[in-house]
Design a protein around this ligand. Structure first.
Ligand code: SF4
Ligand code: SF4
Length: 109
């Protein structure tokens, strides 16, 4: 195990520094998504927005605004099963963390 200094042990992640955090992303199935936008409204990180016009609106990650926490609330609320987080969030330092496990929605609505 690597030796950690006292400073390193008490370090708190700087969540908006890309060097310290790797955020999740979502995958959207544009074929099944109907552009209802519920996923955008429920996202606790405000990481999504609808892009496009009319019936062609689709949810996308907001560019340059990396803060998807892979909670999969969007997957839980989507009635079309069209969106899901595809990667866990990762810190690049020695932070304690719970085991990630599978990226599954907390529950289906
Ligand atoms: S909730 Fe599902 S169907 Fe509605 S916009 Fe989001 S991904 Fe598309
Ligand atoms: S996984 Fe969670 S944080 Fe990421 S886009 Fe979906 S609802 Fe938002």
């Amino acid at each position: 195990m690597a030796y950690l200094s006292l400073r390193e042990r008490f370090k708190i992640p700087v969540y908006d520094r890309e060097a310290e955090m790797s955020w999740s992303e979502v995958s959207v199935d544009d074929e099944t998504c109907d552009g209802c936008g519920i996923c955008v409204k429920i996202c606790p990180s405000s990481a999504l927005r609808l892009v496009g016009t009319g019936k062609e609106k689709k949810p996308r990650m907001i560019e340059g605004y990396h803060n998807c926490i892979a909670c999969n609330d969007c997957a839980a609320i989507c009635g079309k099963d069209a969106i899901a987080a595809v990667a866990p969030i990762e810190s690049t330092f020695y932070y304690k963390r719970l085991d990630h496990g599978d990226l599954t929605p907390p529950r289906r609505y």
